[in-house]
Ligand binder design. Structure first.
Ligand code: THU
Length: 131
């Protein structure tokens, strides 16, 4: 399962600019209409300015005026034996730009994966409903 998606993520991973960590991350967001948005991590000599693959993809999706509910899933591949786990900042942006029940598919370099949801990886989510 998810063989094609894994292959596509491996292609996107080649776009990663990660000369400092050498940790290449790829993200593909798939919409319910089949359209895809990609992201890869883009690092910087000023380490704090490194951009995560997930946020690179989500920002492009938002600029294309995609609505939260139009997303089928967000997938992410990391360069590790461990299945990649999105950082806390990316999870918070997922809570804003995706839906709490949007599927999140996380891969390791061998193609093993875990599926969860935005709320599954960010329980007790802080959202606009609290404001
Ligand atoms: N990184 C991502 O792009 N996504 C994640 O989910 C985890 C971390 C990037 C940031 C940095 O370029 C490198 O991986 C090492 O932290």
């Amino acid at each position: 399962m998810h063989k094609e998606l894994f292959k596509k993520l491996q292609e996107v991973q080649k776009l990663s600019y990660s000369p400092y960590s050498h940790f290449r991350v790829a993200c593909i967001i798939k919409l319910k209409n089949g359209k895809e948005f990609i992201g890869a991590n883009i690092e910087n000599a000023a380490y704090g300015e490194c951009l995560c693959a997930e946020r690179v993809a989500m920002v492009q999706m938002k600029l294309a005026q995609i609505k939260n509910e139009d997303v089928e899933y967000l997938s992410v591949l990391g360069d590790s034996d461990e299945i990649v786990s999105p950082c806390g900042s990316c999870r918070q942006v997922m809570a804003e730009l995706l839906s709490l029940d949007t599927k999140i598919i996380m891969f390791n370099r061998s193609g093993e994966y875990i599926e969860s949801t935005v709320e599954g990886i960010l329980p007790y989510t802080f959202t606009k409903s609290a404001l």
